[in-house]
Design a protein around this ligand. Structure first.
Ligand code: BGP
Length: 474
């Protein structure tokens, strides 16, 4: 039997995000975001007006977290609570709310890791093009400055942007995030570049303001494997998907340049969509390079890995937003198609469960970016239709198994010298899943969305024991 032991100062954390947990979408002068509009269409079956009521119940949630061994929490600040229009007036009520929330985290001894942008651009800026609009970069820097001035003495870990890839994939490729554009990889690439600059400028601003804390970025990093390693076309397809979803962003945020190889692959992909080429300004790479040196840590969100085969047709993506297993399809023109692998199980939402992909990614990061001193796994978890039984228990053994196997992969990587300092289970409490509603639950704590009552799942009890023993037995 193998034993995996985590270091004494390891963060056993859990994650949330403002829009998915807070609710109170029109309270305290909060400005609107594009999701508010999308969820209030007649055809929509859910909305975030209440979500998990975290805006009002955060004290209780932090107490539960602490009692169950969660010693760090990812929260995000809603830009449109701080600056309702994204630019212009600052809202004193919004500022006060996050003072209360951050103070409560510190009081309960739950270290806050604070994200500035988690999928929720203020509506006013969204209508001006969101991250496709370069002018948004300066608006983001100003918002970040306000947050640093207010909370910089209290917060030790800052995250600039959560998952640039997921944002653009949702907005411009899959089309299930507003503005619901499909199969437009050129837009996705351009918006990613702007986000990288926004991230970089915020890192440099933070460093200029001279705080003692640390700042990093969170990428979703999922390994991409050729479905058939003997087929060079599958190998190329996997490489292309990797460059688009992983390498492009890793290069920008941790090297400050796109390597020639990265740009070659990106240009090949873009060729399938016309004659578009990435637009950048002459000093973009100075900014990216400087920020890459000052970025203190990398956050990795990991849920799945993908097996890719060569694909020649037009793009065809079918999103499984209901949990009916086997309904998803994901094929991109100029890139490749994701396919199932007989040895790899999937969730009801067709996400492959493959902890080895996390191990491989961690080893790769250490190899390619040896200057990164700290890594946090900032999200990992399994979405499921959890059942609450007559005794008010939720027996989520599948979650314990999933989390445990991914922690084992992390521990093995630590054994090879990869500096993983903490892990955040997605999510602390059940919350809104952007494109799946409330039916896809991730939390340590079950939320009854009618009454907003919390119930500790079996995994929460398991987590408390783990946080004490710091050991997993295989
Ligand atoms: C990540 C996001 C989270 C969360 C999670 C689960 O990409 O950072 O906000 O939503 O994925 O995804 P989903 O809710 O689509 O299952």
């Amino acid at each position: 039997m193998t034993k995996y032991t985590f270091p004494e100062n390891f963060f056993f954390g859990a994650a949330t995000a403002a829009y998915q947990a807070e609710g109170a979408t029109d309270i305290g002068g909060k400005g609107k975001v594009a999701w508010d509009e999308m969820y209030h269409r007649e055809s929509s079956t859910f909305h975030a007006d209440q979500a998990s009521n975290f805006y009002y119940q955060y004290e209780e949630d932090l107490r539960l977290a602490k009692e169950h061994g969660v010693n760090a929490i990812r929260i995000s600040i809603a830009w449109s609570r701080i600056i309702p229009n994204g630019i212009g007036e600052v809202s004193p009520e919004g500022i006060a709310f996050y003072h209360r929330l951050i103070d409560a985290c510190l009081l309960h001894g739950v270290e806050p890791f604070v994200t500035l942008h988690h999928f929720d651009t203020p509506l006013h800026l969204f209508h001006q093009g969101d991250w496709l609009n370069r002018a948004q970069i300066d608006a983001f820097v100003r918002y970040a400055e306000v947050c640093f001035s207010e909370y910089g003495d209290k917060v030790s870990y800052w995250i600039t942007i959560n998952e640039p890839w997921s944002i653009v994939a949702g907005q411009y490729i899959i089309g299930h995030f507003p503005p619901e554009i499909h199969y437009d990889i050129p837009k996705a690439v351009q918006a990613m570049h702007h986000m990288m600059l926004a991230h970089a400028k915020v890192v440099l601003t933070y460093k200029r303001m001279n705080f003692n804390g640390k700042i990093g970025i969170v990428h979703i990093l999922e390994s991409k494997y050729a479905r058939n390693l003997d087929n060079p076309l599958d190998v190329l397809a996997a490489k292309r998907e990797d460059v688009l979803a992983n390498q492009f962003l890793l290069d920008a945020s941790f090297l400050g340049v796109y390597s020639n190889q990265t740009l070659d692959h990106i240009n090949h992909i873009l060729d399938a969509y016309g004659s578009y080429r990435l637009i950048f300004a002459s000093d973009d790479f100075d900014i990216l390079t400087q920020a890459a040196q000052y970025t203190d840590f990398m956050g990795i969100n990991y849920y799945a890995s993908h097996f890719i085969q060569h694909y020649e047709g037009d793009s065809l993506i079918i999103h499984n937003g209901t949990g009916s297993k086997g309904s998803a399809r994901y094929a991109n023109k100029g890139v490749g198609e994701r396919v199932t692998h007989p040895d790899v199980p999937t969730t009801d939402w067709d996400w492959p469960i493959y902890p080895e992909g996390l191990y491989d990614m961690l080893i790769r990061i250490q190899h390619d970016y040896p200057h990164i001193k700290e890594i946090f796994v900032t999200e990992n978890g399994i979405g499921a239709k959890d059942i609450i039984n007559d005794n008010q228990e939720i027996i989520d053994d599948y979650r314990i198994d999933y989390v445990s196997k991914h922690l084992q992969a992390i521990s093995r990587a630590q054994g090879k010298g990869v500096p993983v300092r903490g892990y955040f289970m997605w999510s602390l409490i059940d919350l809104l899943s952007w494109t799946n509603g409330f039916n896809k639950r991730y939390g340590f704590f079950y939320v009854d969305f009618e009454t907003q009552k919390r119930h500790a799942k079996k995994s929460a009890h398991w987590w408390r024991d783990l946080s004490i023993s710091k050991t997993i037995q295989e």
